[in-house]
Each structure stands twice: as C-alpha cells, then as structure tokens.
Design a binder for this molecule. Structure first.
Ligand SMILES: [Cu+2]
Length: 185
C-alpha cells in the first residue's frame, strides 16, 4: 500500500475510532436493525466510509484491528493429501505493531505459521510461534517465505475462513480463496 493510501486510511479510521470509540465495526453494523434515526444515519455514514475504504484500497478485507488482508488464497488439495498452504498480503495501517499468535479454521485441524529458509542449498520449513506486522508496513506470506501451513483439512469449497488471533486478543477473520496452483510451499 502506498504512503498516501496509508494516510487516507489512517485519517478515515481515526474519524471512525473517534466517533465509535472502541466498539468493533461489526458490532456497529448491527444498529441497522434499530428504529433510531440517529443510528440509521450513523449506519449510513459508516457504510459510506466502508465503501470509500474499499475503493481506495482495492477491495481488500478491512479489519477493525487496523489490519488489511489482500490476495488471501489457499492451495486446493492434492489428491490423497489433507495438508496445504495459505498465502496472504497483510498490511498494518495502525500506529502499533500487530502480532498474530494463532490461526484457526472450522475446516482445518491445525494451522501453523511457517517460514521457508534455505540451508546449504536445501529448502527447509520451520514453525514460527507468531508473526509480527510492523506499523505502517506490509508483510507478505508468499511462496518461498512465510506461509500458513494447514494440516488435517476436512473440506475445501470455494473459500475457507481463517481466524487470526492477535497478541492483544483480537480475533480477525479472513476469507481465503481456494486456488488451484502448484508451487512448493
Ligand atoms: Cu510449511
């Protein structure tokens, strides 16, 4: 994400945070069911700002935690295997580092953070206990680098929802598209 996009994002999110305090955006949207004029206007304003955000950021998955997930994809299963990999571009537009300490999905037994490293010409994977995205930075989980390792995949339809938990206890759901590609993890 470019610098100007980052600052637009920060000013919009700053306004949202000022108005809504610490409430989660997801919770705010539930106000739409109520009859209050004020709440309706609030919801309308929020929807409008989310649309602006989506346009500005190319329709990535906006998260209350200040984390943007883009190009989230999981490799479709190879016949006879129940494990696969996941990749995603994560951008932190908040002013604090965001640390992801776990990932889970209803459709997967275990999800680990992995890193591929090269040692004496051999590609090796090691498990990471957490993944940190610095403030104002993007972190790419991509082939040949950090990635998600999915073990015991029960089923894969067109997409799979993976929930990340941050060190501060926020749960961030990200929808991963299931893609048929054949690359080493
Ligand atoms: Cu791996």
């Amino acid at each position: 994400m470019g610098k100007w996009q980052m600052s637009i994002m920060r000013s919009i999110m700053g306004t949202v945070t000022t108005i809504y305090g610490d409430s989660k955006l997801v919770g705010i949207l539930n106000f739409q069911g109520k009859d209050s004029d004020f709440m309706n206007r609030l919801s309308g304003w929020l929807v409008l700002s989310l649309v602006v955000l989506a346009v500005v950021l190319g329709c990535g998955q906006q998260q209350p935690a200040g984390l943007m997930a883009e190009n989230a994809r999981v490799r479709s299963l190879i016949a006879g295997s129940d494990k696969t990999v996941g990749y995603v571009n994560l951008t932190n537009y908040s002013t604090d580092a965001i640390t992801l300490i776990s990932a889970r999905s209803d459709d997967v037994r275990t999800i680990e953070f992995h890193e591929t490293t090269q040692l004496d010409g051999m590609m090796r994977m090691r498990r990471l206990t957490s993944v940190e995205i610095e403030a104002d930075q993007s972190l790419l989980l991509q082939p040949g680098g950090m990635h998600l390792m999915l073990f015991g995949v029960k089923s894969l339809a067109e997409s799979v929802s993976i929930e990340f938990t941050t060190a501060t206890g926020l749960v961030i759901p990200v929808v991963f598209e299931v893609v048929d590609f054949r690359l080493p993890s």
